[in-house]
Ligand binder design. Structure first.
Ligand code: GTP
Ligand code: MG
Length: 195
């Protein structure tokens, strides 16, 4: 589905810069450094497509990627921490919130959760915003290669319990590793079946 046909379209810094809402759109949200850009690279099979980095706050714009003429994949700036001056951070956070609550063609928001940390208060804020905006969201656990199989169950339960309180949550939780490839094919097929 994605290989060879995903291209970077543009980075957006204000709502009036969004591309026309003329196709299916899915976005990747999550705390800074959770692995959003890495996941997009893994999904599309193109390593350097979305810029991934060790520095939290690397993605500072809403980055749009096109998959043929069918989809937009959207890489969002992280929330929760950023290595930038406060006014700049507040500007992104406002943009992020406007985007998440005001994009008609946004079919699903994938909310990435670090498998080592589970859902935090800052994540809850975003989940609540998505509930209010009636945007269906799905949780994706990232970096599962960094935890022991036994600990996966624990985070999984924590996330499942948290999701049960959110009306906009899609119940299936996807476990992924962009490094090792776990869950990538699953996530591709989830996106491919959206209408
Ligand atoms: P911001 O744009 O700053 O919000 O970060 P991001 O969510 O886009 O995270 P990014 O993809 O840049 O990854 C952050 C760090 O985590 C990088 O050093 C990645 O190499 C690492 N990382 C991402 N996914 C995985 C994974 O599945 N496994 C492991 N071990 N490391 C990962
Ligand atoms: Mg990023």
């Amino acid at each position: 589905l994605f290989a060879g046909q995903t291209e970077f379209l543009k980075g957006v810094v204000a709502m009036n810069g969004l591309p026309p809402d003329d196709r299916l759109e899915v976005c990747f949200a999550g705390r800074s450094n959770v692995g959003k850009s890495s996941l997009i690279n893994a999904l599309t099979g193109r390593k350097g497509l979305a810029r991934a980095s060790n520095t939290p706050g690397r993605t500072q714009e809403i980055n749009f990627f096109t998959v043929g003429d069918d989809y937009y994949l959207v890489d969002l700036p992280g929330y929760g921490f950023a290595n930038a001056p406060l006014p700049v951070v507040e500007k992104w956070q406002r943009l992020l919130k406007s985007y998440l609550s005001g994009r008609a063609t946004l079919r699903r928001a994938f909310v990435l959760i670090d498998a080592r940390h589970g859902i935090k208060a800052v994540d809850e804020d975003i989940l609540t915003l998505l509930d209010r905006a009636a945007v269906t969201f799905q949780c994706v656990l990232t970096k599962v290669d960094k935890i022991k199989a036994a600990d996966r169950e624990k985070v999984f339960d924590q996330v499942r319990t948290a999701l049960s309180k959110h009306p906009a949550a899609y119940p299936e939780i996807v476990l992924t590793s962009s490094e090792k490839g776990d869950g990538i094919a699953t996530l591709r097929s989830i996106i491919a079946t959206l209408e």
